[in-house]
Design a protein around this ligand. Sequence first.
Ligand SMILES: [Cu+2]
Length: 147
Amino acid sequence: MTRIAALITAGLLAVAAPALAGDTPAPEGADVYFVNLSDGATVEAPVTVVFGLKGMGVAPAGTEKENTGHHHVLVDRPPLGEGPDGAEELNTSLPADENHIHFGGGQTQVSLDLEPGEHTLQLVLGDMNHVPHDPPVTSEVITITVE
Ligand SMILES: [Cu+2]
């Protein structure tokens, strides 16, 4: 490949990448929030977490429908956009592991069996492909203490 062809290919990739993900729009005023927990709360395990959503609807993962998404709980990790991959994670499917719990069935609450101690929680809405919306619909990060 010539140098010029390589540059053109790289340019095309750079232009194409953002369109592949993170481009599901969220309506103005959309918000996700903790219904039953507040920052600094002390609770007992298992911890019931109820997800609140306004301005959008809940739909199972894989559902292509405007202004919908499914819930995720981020546990004990930096706020979305400040993880190891930085802002890149705003355009990427959320991983599925103990720090990123998906509710692809459209669930609106969970009972978390957290170890005693301090934990941080954040709610993040994801689109049909588990990618945050544009702009991302996220709650504040709360810190709770599990007794
Ligand atoms: Cu998901």
